[in-house]
Write a protein that binds this ligand. Structure first.
Ligand code: PXL
Length: 240
């Protein structure tokens, strides 16, 4: 029998409001991959709500992760998302150094903000540390706000047409060396979409816009891409 694949989901655990681990774990499970949750923070509700309880898990992560070192687990992919503190990046880098092999890959969703603004628990220092982490990724999945921050551009700027979207994809690839999935492309009336840059080149795919804002959509998208990649799809196909 083929061994079931497993991924480390380094991300927060949020109760109310669908995002991060709560969204990603069921999706990858349905795609027949075991989700191994590594919590970065525990929140009662996500940060788009006017109030939430935020428990930064930094101090407990080292001991939590030690179990996986002791059990000599091997992961088929390492995925990172929302981080609770600047110091957590060093813990995540240690995780990558320990568990990265030539048979797995690292996918970093550089969660920092959306719609031109940082999430409320993020600081400028955390964004600078996030840039450090992104250098270790094989694949990155920023939205346009996060891409702008990674490129030291105005966070409220975004590609205004397909040529600019391709330029953003190539700029991210040349600065960080990773394959790129750029989400939240929003320049054509009635449409939204994503761009993807892999060894096969850059592909933009737009689809019909749903006139609603759903926090956690990026997490859902990242989970589907991750599951599809582990199930043997090429990156552009996984994004489509
Ligand atoms: O989907 C990104 C995200 C993840 N985790 C938490 C969030 C958000 C976006 O608001 O608040 C806790």
């Amino acid at each position: 029998m083929e061994k079931q694949k497993k991924i480390a989901l380094i991300n927060d655990l949020t109760g109310f409001g669908r995002c991060s681990t709560a969204v990603m774990a069921p999706i990858v499970s349905a795609m027949k991959i075991q989700a191994v949750a590594v919590p970065t923070a525990i929140l009662s509700a996500h940060t788009q709500f006017p109030t939430y309880y935020f428990d930064d898990y930094t101090d407990r992560m080292k001991e939590y992760i030690q179990t996986y070192k002791d059990l000599k687990l091997d992961f088929d992919a390492i995925s990172t998302g929302f981080l609770g503190s600047e110091q957590q990046v060093d813990i995540v880098l240690d995780f990558i150094r320990h568990f990265k092999t030539d048979r797995n890959f690292v996918i970093v969703d550089p969660v920092m903000g959306d719609y031109g603004k940082l999430y409320r628990t993020y600081t400028k220092e955390m964004c600078d540390k996030m840039k450090e982490l992104v250098h270790y990724a094989d694949i990155i999945t920023p939205n346009t706000t996060e891409a702008a921050i990674l490129l030291d551009r105005d966070p409220a700027s975004a590609p205004q047409n397909e040529t600019e979207a391709q330029e953003w994809l190539h700029a991210l690839h040349s600065r960080y060396g990773a394959q790129v999935v750029l989400t939240g492309l929003d320049y054509e009336p009635g449409k939204v979409g994503s761009g993807c840059l892999s060894a096969d080149g850059g592909t933009i795919s737009l689809h019909e816009r749903i006139a609603q804002y759903y926090p956690g959509t990026g997490d859902l998208f990242a989970a589907v891409v991750l599951g599809a990649l582990l199930n043997g799809r090429a990156l552009a196909d996984a994004c489509a």
